[in-house]
Structures are given as C-alpha cells and as structure tokens.
Design a protein around this ligand. Structure first.
Ligand SMILES: Cc1ncc(C[n+]2csc(CCOP(=O)(O)OP(=O)(O)O)c2C)c(N)n1
Ligand SMILES: [Mg+2]
Length: 579
C-alpha cells in the first residue's frame, strides 16, 4: 500500500551535467516573458517559496493581509493596464477568499488571473481529507471566464498563455489557474523548459466592426434630433481617449459618463450632461452607448427613468451577446472600442451636422440649473459635517490635483461623491463597479498607486472601510502615497438607528465616535481627526503633498445619510405594514 511519501513523485534525478529547471522557475519565467511583473497575494502552503523566488527574480510581489484585498488590487490593475492583474493565493480558504474578486473582475470585465496553489490531486479527488482539500477548479469554473489546471511542468508555458489570452481577448474577465503544490517541485531539462514557454502574440486582437454595421450606426445617429452618448467603463478601459473625445466633439451630442468613465472627457466639458442625467435619459431619441451596458445601473434601458419618448439605441460592445440584452438595439456595433470609434469618426467625415440648438440648450440649461442649486450646499463649513460640506472640500482638492486617482466606496459616501466630485482625466475614478460591492477600497488604492505612481485619495464610508481596513498596514509597509478619508457617520447609511426590541445595537449602527485615524497611526502612518470641511481639506492637501500614508477620520453627522444612498428604491417592500 502506498503511503504519503511514496505517493509524492520524487524529483527526477539529474543526468550528469544536465541543467534542470523546476515548476517554480517556469511559472516565474512564463510570467516575466509575458510582462506580468506584479503579483498581489497572501503567502502560505504551497506558494510561500514561489512568492520568495518570484520576488528574488525581480517580480514585484505585494503581500496583503487578506486575499480579498489582493484580488481587488489585481482586478483593478487589470482595468488600469489592460494586462491581466495577477492574484496569488493558497488553497481552499485562500482560494475562496480570492474567488469573490475573480467573479467581480469577470462581472466588471477586468482582465485578471487568480493563481491558487492546490492540494494533492490524488487525495482531493478521492476526498481523503488532504490539508486544505478542495476541488478548486470545479468551484471556480462557473464564476469566471475560464479556468485551467496545469499538472506537468512542461505545460506551464501553455497554461499561462491560455490564461492570459482568455483574460484579455474579447470581453476581458477573470481567469482561474490552478497550480497543484506538486507542480512547483517538478523538474525538467532547462533548455526544454525554456522552449516550452509561450510569449502570447497579440493577446487582445483588434476586432474590426463590419462596414454595414458602421453605416447603420451612422444612419441612426444622423436621424437623431436629441442624441445622447453614454460612456461606460469599457470606454475608459479601451484607452482610446483621444478618439473618443474626437467622436463626442464631432457629434456635438451631450454625453453622460458612467461612474468609472468620468474624466474620459472632463466633467466640466461643455457637452457633459452628468448634472442633467434625468433630463437626457427621459428626453433623448437616439442613444449611442460606448462600452456601457443596459443593466440595472441604466434601469435596463426602459421604464420611468427613460420616459415616454421612443428611443433608438446604437451600442458598441465587443461581446455580440450584449446586444438586445434588455431592449432592442437598432444598430449593434460589434468590435473593440478603438476600432469602432475610429470607423465612426471616419464615416462622419468633416461636416457632420450638429444636433438642433433646442436640444443642446435644454440640456445645458438643466445642467447649469442643477449645478447652481447644489453650489451653496458644497460650501458649508458645518460641524459635524454633512456629506455636501465634506465632499465640497474634497472636490476642490481634486480640482487642484486632477492627476490624483480617486477611489470611492460606501452608500451615501459613494453616491454623493460620484455626483459632487468632478473628474478631469481618464481612469482617475475607481469604485465599486457593477455589483456595488463593499471592500474594494484599500486593494484598489494600493494597486492604483503601484501601477500608476500617482497619488491616491480613497473616500470610504465607515462600513465600506471596515471590509478592508486592515490593509492600512499594507499601505504603511510599502510606504504608498495614499490618503484614506473615512466618512465616519457611525454606521451603515446612518448612525442613528435604534433597536426597539432589546439591548443589542441596531443592525446598521457602529460604535459611536470611533477613531479610525488611530488604525493608521498603529502602523506608523499619519492619523488625523477632522471635524470641519476646512480641517478635512487641510489634512488631505497635506497628505497628498507629502505622499505619506494618511488616514483622516472625517466626522459626519450620523443623521445626514439616507437609506441605501441613492438606491433605496431597490429595497424590497412588503404589502404588509412594516412592524
Ligand atoms: C460585500 C458587500 N456586503 C454588503 C453590502 C451592502 N452594503 C451596501 S452599502 C453598505 C455600507 C454603507 O455604509 P457606509 O460605507 O458607511 O456608507 P454611508 O452610506 O454610511 O456613507 C453595505 C454594507 C455590499 N454592497 N457589499
Ligand atoms: Mg457610514
């Protein structure tokens, strides 16, 4: 009967003089060959040595306190760089901690590869109770775009090539790569190993739209009397910034940026209709969607928010199945955004008719009215702060330092910051994405800093921050120029709820008067307590100028927020009266 030691394959004995390599080094070499030089992860069996060796080989290996933050970092690194962000985890629990983020990457169309070590296949498959036993490949498969396992060192090169291509080609997404512990120790001839590696050629090939589809799209756009362009985060991902600007300006149409597309054209651009959202959605007659989907964030393209006026949709998306997902798409334009936008610009020629002045005046009139209405609220210096006063201060900070990357999560903290803080440059606003997931903040802030070298300002609800707050140690450890502002209103949505039935606190309330700034101080960073918008502004300006890891505990009136921020309507209601 085989015991555990005889089950393990013994490394192949080297022939005299034969140069060998192993699984550890083949994975490292394959990553480097493909320009994947940053790993976000958490160490442990069976990938601890791999992390050390990768670091020694020049890969930047950032160790986090929890895989979820490492995974959110990898996911947003993919968004920012158009290369798959790599997250490295241990087996079963580490794998599962990362998996939420892999699913999140897939939902948001960010290219990411989660590499997890896994336990002995022979034992896992017979369910004999191995250390951290789990059939990880089977579990990952339905939650990501593709999932692969490599069993032989000679297949590492091809395995990683498949993972990269799956992550970035077509609609990007999350890929799972399962590397059993034993694989790392397998040895093979070094020369044969080198030859087995694959440098992926043209990993995200251009997908040129069909000429007929381009003509159809232009015909529909030309027929518009009240055109609208909606920019999604796909448009931001495409890094076709100049072409998108040309298209928008040539069309003369008002544009509406989705949250993470803000800044693709500056929010203060004369055609920006961000502050007239309800008017443009209701009254437009033709909508050109660029890398945006008609999901819940756009009320599925129908219903009250879209008004009575009939609409025609033109949609640019690389995924043909996206078309007609919610309403009829009159002009589907399937292809990559850069190619589609270039084809539209070419077809528009030099004298594309501008939209009727009446439409433009209606939109700018409404926008200016809304902006003027909001202005005085942003200038209050109340203590405790309300959201508008605090965000008014931070809005000025971003205006003064438009290259700062803004990370944002929470409910009120998210919804109000999105509306209030203008963004001036592409890919400078990162947030919760399609799922509205809490806990992305610190991972995104860390990756944004590491990948771009830009200063980062993370505006976090106190609940949102709680999902990832331990990563302030990671921020301090790597000395990253990140300023975290915690909007501390003592709870989820508000800090004022009381439990009518007993002694326990209400389900949405936290410890009152908590000092999140002390968490940053605990690891050698700078902590500040800010009770007025002026103090907040001063603290953040100082933090961004110094580049020192800073956490500002911004004291927000616990009564200032509203249930679920701007999406309270999504809470289920019963026909029975609430008790
Ligand atoms: C992973 C996850 N768990 C739970 C939720 C539900 N949720 C939505 S917003 C939110 C927190 C809102 O509170 P906070 O971050 O303090 O923002 P505030 O509204 O108080 O400004 C929670 C828990 C979620 N979106 N994601
Ligand atoms: Mg809160």
């Amino acid at each position: 009967m085989a015991d555990a030691t005889t089950r393990k394959e013994q490394p192949k004995a080297a022939d005299e003089g034969e140069e060998l390599t192993d699984g550890f080094h083949l994975v490292i070499d394959a990553l480097k060959l493909n320009g994947l030089t940053t790993i976000y992860g958490v160490p442990g069996i069976p990938i601890t040595d791999f992390g050390r060796m990768a670091q020694a080989a020049g890969i930047r290996v950032l160790s986090f306190r929890h895989e979820q933050s490492a995974g959110y970092a990898a996911a947003i690194a993919g968004f920012l760089t158009r290369k798959p962000g790599v997250c490295l985890t241990v087996s079963a629990p580490g794998f599962l901690n990362g998996l939420t983020t892999l699913a999140h990457a897939t939902t948001n169309c960010y290219p990411m590869i989660q590499i997890s070590g896994s336990s002995e296949r022979e034992i896992v498959d017979l369910q004999q109770g191995d250390y951290e036993e789990m059939d990880q490949l089977a579990i990952a498969k339905p939650l990501c775009k593709a999932a692969f396992r490599v069993l032989h060192a000679a297949d590492i090169g091809i395995g990683l090539a498949r993972a990269i291509r799956a992550a970035v080609s077509g609609r990007p997404g999350g890929v799972y790569l399962d590397l059993p512990g034993k694989l790392f120790g397998q040895v093979m001839n070094a020369e044969a190993g080198k030859k087995s590696l694959v440098k992926v050629i043209d990993p995200a090939p251009a997908q040129i739209p069909a000429p007929d589809a381009v003509k159809r799209a232009l015909d529909v756009l030309k027929s518009a009397s009240r055109p609208l362009i909606i920019l999604g985060k796909g448009a931001a991902y495409a890094q076709a910034d100049a072409a998108i600007k040309t298209l928008v300006e040539t069309s003369g149409a008002p544009f509406l940026p989705m949250s993470m597309a803000k800044g693709l054209l500056p929010d203060l651009h004369p055609q920006c209709a961000g502050a007239a959202r309800s008017t443009v959605l209701k009254d437009c007659d033709v909508v050109l969607m660029i890398g945006a989907r008609l999901n819940w964030l756009l009320s599925h393209g129908k219903g009250k928010s879209w008004g009575e006026a009939p609409k025609k949709f033109i949609q640019i998306d690389i995924e043909p199945k996206e078309m007609d997902s919610n309403v009829e798409i009159a002009a589907p334009l399937v292809g990559d955004i850069a190619s589609c936008v270039a084809a539209l610009i070419e077809g528009m020629g030099g004298n594309w008719p501008k939209p009727p002045a009446g439409w433009i005046n209606t939109v700018t009139g409404k926008r200016d009215e809304n902006v003027a209405k909001m202005a005085p609220r942003l200038m209050n210096n109340n203590s405790p702060m309300d959201y508008h006063g605090a965000l008014g201060a931070l809005r000025t900070i971003i205006k003064e330092r438009p290259d700062t990357i803004l990370v944002n999560e929470g409910a009120n903290t998210l919804d109000l910051a999105r509306g209030i803080i203008d963004i001036y440059q592409p890919r400078k606003r990162l947030d919760v994405g399609t799922w509205g997931v809490m806990g992305v903040g610190m991972g995104q802030a860390i990756a944004a800093s590491v990948e771009t070298g830009k200063p980062v300002l993370a505006i976090e609800g106190d609940s949102a921050f709680g999902f990832c707050g331990m990563e302030v140690e990671t921020i301090c450890r790597y000395g990253l120029p990140i300023c975290v502002v915690v909007f501390n209103n003592d709870g989820v949505y508000r800090g004022t709820d009381v439990n009518a039935a007993g002694a326990d606190p209400a389900t949405t309330a936290f410890v009152k008067g908590a000092r999140y700034d002390k968490m940053m101080e605990a690891f050698g960073g700078i902590g500040v307590q800010a009770e007025t918008p002026d103090a907040l502004k001063q603290a953040v300006a100082k933090a961004l100028a110094s580049g020192k890891p800073t956490l500002v505990n911004a004291v927000i009136d616990p009564a200032a927020g509203s249930e679920s921020g701007r999406i309270g309507n999504l809470n289920p209601q019963s026909a029975l009266k609430k008790k």
